[in-house]
Design a protein around this ligand. Sequence first.
Ligand code: HEM
Length: 193
Amino acid sequence: MQTPTPPRGIQPLWTRAFHALDIALLLVMVSSGLQIYNANPVFGGREGMTLPAPLLLGGWLGGGRQWHFAGMGLFALNLGIWIALLLRQRHRRLAALDDVSSLRASQSQPRRRLASHRLVYTAMLIVLSLALLSGLAMYKPASFWWLSGCFGNWQTLRTVHFATVPAMAALTLSHGVLSWRIGGLRLLRSMVG
Ligand code: HEM
């Protein structure tokens, strides 16, 4: 039996579940990660710029690490399932080269919007995978020495892992704005609830 297609602008249950869980998990990972960062800023060490308490989770370095490590398994599982489901979709959901061509050459506004939206959420999955890989390389550097080695040195590894925070903030904002321009408030609401 075929799965009924949800009405236009309404997301299937699995998309809504993923979005809600992912937003919660991302908030935990970002705020606990920034708590860890504050103990020894990536740039400038102990003298470097720290972030204000409302952005942090855990209260101190040990608390931040506990939250971060508690969330990482669920975060990895959630991301893995989401990517697998997107790859199994009958209609292509992830970006491809023709989206770049559409952005360059197409005169149709809706088509350009759809292409940029696909590129944005595909980039989000890439950045999240990079957070996972660089996080894993820092978490178990002895077991994953080959993965840590791919980043060159520890400072680059930390910088890449940290850079996923501003990258995700910018991409999430673009994802929200583009969803709103494509499907209005109805689509935005249907993405999480
Ligand atoms: C499975 C996924 C992840 C793993 C295994 C992981 C692992 C780690 C580890 C091992 C550290 C260093 C802890 C320490 O030095 O005590 C860390 C720090 C950090 N993580 Fe993650 N992490 C993951 C996902 C994320 C995500 C999704 C974000 C945000 C987008 C994030 C943001 C941060 C930040 C900002 C820091 C502090 C960077 C620093 O000061 O070096 N992490 N993470």
